[in-house]
Design a binder for this molecule. Structure first.
Ligand code: AKG
Length: 363
């Protein structure tokens, strides 16, 4: 049986090029410029500031005191996690169709939306040391990917993301505490060292920095509306915002293939041994449980795509009957001649093509 997911057709659908795909596979990240229209990014920025100033009430976020100063308001939080579970705007950006278009090509066709983080990073704030996201968000098989949407221009001065291209080929370096779990089978590697203080800004304390030093480090400078997609194993980091007056706001979401098993719910308890049922099916289908979006953002969980589960899949070397064709090494004038054999159902034996053509006489 073949499996073909017909993605929803839209006039503004983003199509990934083969070179984009190769870049992602080779270096572990892909920058897609101008992916989200600027007016939508402006709306997200206004919404983020309304949250910070307490102009909108969001379940789980305490309102600011009525007499809070401007400084107190702006310093309320540097980032907010899992906003999409309580806020329709965050859900809309988690399931943004053009972001999903890229994910469908990179890790799909079946995509599960797991997590959101809204970063504010005003001057003097923010920054996260070297880490690999699949150290924190575990999926089996491991198919994690992040999508980092710039709300402001992000550059070296205000604390853009930095990546170590090619480091996504590294395994996930585990924590010394086995209670924290492994991404790979316990004991599968002969020489996989544990790492300490992952995400710490100081490279002398964060021992994953030693692995990062094996690679070149590249700043990911992004204009508002551009998105960098990055592999769950890619070593990456950011520095605090060193500018005097420029914020570095960003909306970051994580996804995996919807057929991965996900024992992760941002530290929030869940029932059973996997939290898949808590995460939203964004594209494609899955045999595993999934959630519907709480605020009705269109996605595969609400509008299942057309899936064709019939047809004749291509065979890799099988004969017409579906059996595998053995090959024979035949002594000849040349050093060794390799010939494909075909099954003769009358004689119940394998013959070379030449024998078949000459009526079954062995060559
Ligand atoms: O944006 C940042 O400062 C850090 C983001 C990051 O490292 C991540 O999303 O994994």
């Amino acid at each position: 049986m073949s499996y073909r997911v017909i993605a929803p057709q839209r006039a503004d659908r983003y199509r990934v090029t083969v070179d984009d795909y190769i870049h992602y596979q080779r270096y572990g990240y892909l920058i897609v410029r101008d992916l989200v229209p600027l007016e939508e990014v402006e709306e997200l920025k206004r919404h983020a500031m309304d949250l910070l100033y307490g102009r909108i009430a969001i379940p789980g976020i305490d309102p600011p005191p009525p007499d809070a100063t401007e400084e107190q308001l702006l310093g309320r939080f540097t980032r907010v996690h899992m906003l999409h579970r309580v806020d329709p705007v965050a859900e809309r950006f988690l399931l943004h169709p053009r972001i999903l278009d890229v994910l469908e090509a990179l890790i799909g066709p079946d995509v599960l939306a797991l997590q959101t983080m809204l970063f504010f990073n005003p001057p003097g704030k923010g920054g996260q040391g070297w880490h690999q996201d699949a150290y924190y968000i575990t999926t089996y098989p491991d198919t994690l990917i992040g999508a980092w949407l710039a709300i402001d221009l992000a550059d070296e001065e205000n604390g853009c993301l930095w990546v170590a291209p090619g480091s996504h080929c590294e395994p996930i370096y585990p924590d010394p505490n086995p209670e924290r779990g492994y991404v790979h089978a316990d004991g599968a590697f002969a020489d996989l060292e544990t790492v300490e203080n992952v995400s710490h800004l100081d490279d002398e304390i964060n021992t994953l920095a030693k692995v990062a030093r094996k690679y070149e480090w590249v700043p990911v400078v992004l204009e508002p509306g551009s998105v960098v997609f990055f592999h769950g194993h890619l070593l990456h980091r950011s520095y605090p915002n060193r500018s005097h007056d420029r914020w570095r706001r960003a909306f970051v979401s994580h996804y995996c293939n919807a057929r991965s098993w996900v024992p992760w719910n941002h530290g929030i308890p869940y029932e059973g041994d996997s939290a898949n049922y808590q995460h939203i099916l964004a594209r494609g289908t899955t045999h595993l449980p999934y959630a519907k979006p709480r605020f009705g953002t269109p996605c595969a969980a609400l509008e299942p795509p057309e899936v064709i589960k019939k047809g004749t899949p291509l065979r890799m070397m099988g004969s017409e009957s579906g059996e595998m064709q053995p090959v024979a090494q035949v002594p000849s004038g040349r050093p060794t001649e390799v010939r494909a054999l075909a099954w003769d159902p009358n004689d119940q034996t394998w013959r070379t093509r030449k024998e078949t053509q000459s009526g079954g006489q062995r060559a």
